[in-house]
Write a protein that binds this ligand. Structure first.
Ligand SMILES: Cc1cc2nc3c(=O)[nH]c(=O)nc-3n(C[C@H](O)[C@H](O)[C@H](O)COP(=O)(O)OP(=O)(O)OC[C@H]3O[C@@H](n4cnc5c(N)ncnc54)[C@H](O)[C@@H]3O)c2cc1C
Length: 406
């Protein structure tokens, strides 16, 4: 067992931190969070130029052929720089997690028109799974596709989708899972097919973005598909097999979001440590009081344990892809553990550090309150809610016959 990152991994992590320090300083992140969408375009473009977006995509498709561990180190640094986990994280973590599976199944046409530009940070690709009837029950979506001639015609509604406005402004599209096969039947993972749906398709009607609690520099909205026509080669994977690709996309994005959340926790602790050493009450620095120091130490311990869990999980994902060593469901158990743990730890860190800073922590002079609002999105739902992660872990521990909803 070797706990050391390679020289190349350390170098990439270091260069990600340097780039983020230079281009995503706190003043800018705060400005973006206050002003909301639209965000400055130089950030995704710069991330793209550095090779930070979709580095895991094979070189022959425009990526760098990086491993998932290295990609998650980049994600950690992006979370450190932008604790709102908004624009940069969406382009890098969501774009990479889903871009990787889109690329895996894509035709050359989709690769040239969407994947290569998205790698450069010039377009956005994401996931359109959630529907008004719910997001957790992925096999029960109502949007559907039927074959007409040599095209597929898609109808239905998607909601709470990250980056729709960004994709409309810059170009882009979504891994969109819809029902095929028996459109009138109940939930069935055997009736889902994935398509790539460009946002400028005829019949694609975007909704007005939500006013989210956090992640203000990134839009979340829905869209209606009214007879959206896509050619056969916009199907991603095989007909009625879209559920499996969707699970793979969630696996990938969850690894990167968890890594970003570790970065957020580290940033919050760094900010807070500086503050509690400086701030004096009753004649002593706050850092000297056990009521605060011991809380800090406990959070630090949890952060380092979670970081190791994230590294192990990314490493397992690499073994799965490179050597077929672990089964997807086995890795999914670990992925669900970190997707559940890391954002909740960041939320806890935001909650506790805000108390240490007192009133100052409740203002946007410090990155705590915006982190608190931003990471909450990944606790309640984005890339899957906590209870869904528990169901995945329970399924692997006890067996599929103990899935609670069956
Ligand atoms: C900021 C933000 C961005 C998002 N971006 C995207 C995106 O880009 N693309 C996309 O497709 N979706 C996106 N989502 C939606 C997200 O995937 C969903 O919120 C998530 O899947 C949960 O679905 P839901 O909100 O409809 O809750 P529901 O599915 O209605 O569930 C409600 C609650 O019940 C819990 N629950 C559900 N079933 C069970 C069960 N069997 N046992 C116990 N508890 C259960 C859930 O965990 C959740 O806490 C985003 C969400 C947020 C908040």
């Amino acid at each position: 067992m070797d706990f050391e990152l390679s020289e190349e991994q350390l170098m990439i992590k270091e260069s990600a931190r340097e780039w983020c320090n230079r281009h995503m300083p706190f003043d800018r992140i705060r400005e973006m969070e206050i002003n909301g969408y639209p965000y400055p375009k130089d950030i995704p473009k710069g991330l793209g130029e550095q090779g930070f977006i979709m580095g895991v995509v094979p070189e022959e498709h425009g990526g760098l052929g990086l491993d998932w561990l290295t990609q998650s180190l980049i994600s950690e640094e992006i979370g450190y720089a932008d604790p709102t986990i908004a624009t940069a994280a969406a382009f890098m973590a969501v774009g990479t997690g889903w871009g990787f599976v889109i690329d895996k199944f894509a035709s050359e046409e989709i690769r040239d028109n969407f994947i290569r530009p998205a790698i450069k940070g010039e377009k956005f690709v994401g996931i359109a799974s959630t529907e008004p009837s719910g997001g957790s029950d992925v096999a029960n979506h109502k949007s559907n596709a039927r074959k007409v001639g040599d095209e597929w015609v898609l109808n239905g509604e998607k909601t709470f989708i990250s980056g729709v406005e960004e994709a409309r402004e810059w170009g882009g599209g979504y891994w969109t899972n819809v029902r095929t096969g028996d459109p009138s039947g109940g939930a069935s993972h055997k009736h889902m097919t994935a398509f790539f749906v460009p946002v400028d398709s005829e019949g694609f009607h975007p909704d007005v973005p939500y006013r989210d609690a956090g992640r203000h520099s990134l839009s979340t909205s829905g869209f209606r598909m009214e007879n959206v026509r896509v050619p056969e080669n916009y199907m991603l994977g095989k007909e009625n097999k879209g559920f499996y690709g969707t699970m793979e996309g969630f696996d990938n994005a969850r690894i990167l979001i968890a890594a970003s959340a570790v970065g957020v926790t580290e940033r919050l602790l760094d900010v807070a440590m500086e503050y509690i050493k400086e701030r004096h009450t009753f004649g002593k620095p706050l850092a000297k009081y056990e009521g605060i120091q011991f809380e800090l130490v406990k959070l630090y311990r949890e952060m380092e344990a979670t970081r190791l869990l994230c590294y192990k999980t990314a490493w397992m994902q690499d073994k799965r892809y490179q050597e077929g060593k672990y089964k997807p469901k086995e890795v999914a158990k670990w992925i669900s553990m970190i997707k559940w743990k890391a954002p909740h730890l960041a939320l806890k860190a935001a909650n506790q550090t805000m108390h240490w800073l007192g009133a100052a922590g409740y203002t946007d002079e410090y990155p705590i309150e915006m982190a608190w609002r931003g990471v909450m999105s990944y606790c309640v739902g984005a890339e899957g809610g906590a209870n869904i992660q528990k169901i995945v872990i329970g399924r692997e521990l006890l067996g599929p016959e103990y899935i609670p909803y069956r």
